[in-house]
Design a protein around this ligand. Structure first.
Ligand code: ADP
Ligand code: MG
Length: 454
């Protein structure tokens, strides 16, 4: 009889069962039961070969335990990681197919190899394909080792053999533990393989980058616990048809999560974009109604973004509302404010709001620009090519102050804007930005009057 090699447990309540079921018999959750390798017997090697750690006073921890960063050589990636990857950490990189995850990982190998030994494990590409890609990306080094393998045991064996400083796994969904019956990519497999890689990172101080596929909701395919387990979760986003890509941190144990990295996809690979505002505003229509530029803070960096709106008479009884890159509920609120405090009959219109360039604006500072774009579309009156707007809009239609206003205005001016809507109360305290005329507004009625006048 085949020895029992796996157990099943519920990801919701943790109850263990001997066989899989669609519904947990204890907590009643559906689809929560996953397979996991059974605990090894007493004579099997413990903890995948890692020696048992001993508790020590924190003051005794010496220089070896201090934070050591491994710079990846890609300024934008290092910025998102908080100044390079921390030695012995596990970074999960997620993104849609074709967005450039493998490209990014292979590209950083070039720089990493200057000081580290790197092992690139690919479960998706053959050695020949890896070589072809490395050649195109101009990545060459004696210290870069590749392995086309999907079996977890064999990957761990190779790591023991090669002792790399950095391990890259492309992708976690192709890796499988043969002790489990479930197929590669299933919840149990993904969790188990990540756990093994995590032990490798923490136990042996290897910096591990893991590529993960995303599901149709856009989060990394696999159990939610995956994101809790790892040190850092990065998402690589962008429109596949457009050249630029945005890397953002959803979780970072060793840095801020609000930084973004911007890249452009070219034939030679991903090229860093140190000035994203210029890229995001390129191709902007001149003097068209329904567009307004705002300045968002992405971490410590101000980034200009264009908000476009289209209001058209509703095609059906219930008007349609769509928003891309802007919170849906916030957009609905702004429409209601526009109707009630701006006296525009937007409730009879289909409304579409879109942030250009795949950027997501989750800051209230973008409210005023969104309102102006909507009003401009409704009134069919352009706001003007060299006009930007910064400010939060409240339910009574008041325009409120935002943080980092001076820094945002400097960026607005740097990109050639001549006028900028700002909250009135803050305008008085602001230093004059040469070449930039401020339009102070205390509520949206002021702002609408200003558009009508221009
Ligand atoms: N020969 C090439 N020349 C230019 N761009 C390429 C070439 N091959 C691939 N690409 C770009 O790389 C992208 C695929 O990147 P890849 O790193 O394989 O994505 P992922 O690993 O996220 O699925 C393609 O969408 C394409 O834009
Ligand atoms: Mg890939």
């Amino acid at each position: 009889m085949k020895a029992k090699t796996s157990v099943f447990y519920c990801t919701e309540c943790g109850n263990e069962t001997s066989k899989w079921a669609g519904r947990c018999p204890v907590c009643g959750a559906w689809n929560s039961i996953v397979e996991q390798a059974a605990p090894k017997t007493a004579n099997a090697p413990k903890g995948r070969g890692a020696p048992r750690a001993k508790a020590r006073p924190i003051n005794d921890l010496g220089a070896a335990e201090e934070e050591l960063r491994v710079p990846t050589g890609m300024g934008e990636l290092d910025r998102v990681l908080g100044g390079g990857a921390v030695k012995g950490s596990l970074v999960l990189v997620g993104g849609a197919p074709g967005i450039g995850k493998s490209t990014l990982m292979l590209q950083i190998c070039g720089k990493l190899c200057e000081t580290n030994k790197v092992l690139y494990v690919s479960g998706e590409e053959s050695p020949h394909q890896l070589k072809m890609r490395a050649k195109r990306l101009n990545v060459e080094s004696d210290k870069l080792y590749t392995l086309s393998e999907t079996c977890l045991g064999d990957v761990l064996e190779s790591v023991r053999e090669e002792q790399p400083d950095v391990l890259i796994v492309d992708s976690i969904q192709t890796l499988y533990n043969e002790d489990l019956d479930s197929p590669a990519g299933s919840v149990g497999q993904v969790k188990d393989c990540t756990m093994a890689l995590m032990q490798l990172a923490k136990g042996q101080g290897i910096t591990v980058f893991v590529i993960g596929h995303v599901n149709k909701e856009g989060s990394i395919a696999g159990p939610k616990v995956l994101e809790h387990m790892v040190d850092c979760v990065l998402y690589f986003e962008g429109d596949r048809n457009m050249a630029y890509r945005i890397l953002r941190a959803a979780k970072n144990r060793f840095g801020a999560t609000n930084e973004i990295g911007v890249f452009e996809m070219r034939g030679v690979g991903l090229v860093e974009v140190p000035n994203p505002s210029e890229l995001l505003l390129s191709g902007r229509p001149e003097d068209a109604p329904g567009t307004c530029v705002t300045c968002a803070m992405e971490g410590a960096r101000p980034v200009l973004a264009e908000i476009q709106a289209l209001l058209a008479p509703a095609a059906q009884n219930v008007p349609r509302r769509t928003s891309n890159g802007f919170d849906y509920n916030r957009a609905a609120m702004l429409l209601a404010v526009l109707e009630k405090r701006g006296a525009l009959k937007v409730s009879a219109c289909d409304a579409f709001l879109n942030v250009i360039g795949g950027l997501t604006l989750d800051e209230p500072a973008a409210d005023l620009a969104a309102i102006l774009a909507l009003a401009s579309s409704y009134l069919d009156k352009p706001i003007g090519k060299s006009v930007a707007a910064i400010g939060e809009v409240g339910l009574t239609g008041e325009v409120r102050g935002v943080s980092h206003l001076a820094q945002r205005l400097a960026e607005v001016r740097r990109l050639g804007f001549e006028r900028c809507f700002v909250p009135k109360r803050h305008a008085e305290r602001l230093e004059v930005v040469k070449g930039l005329t401020l339009i102070p507004v205390s509520n949206i009625a002021d702002a609408l009057r200003e558009i009508a006048r221009s």
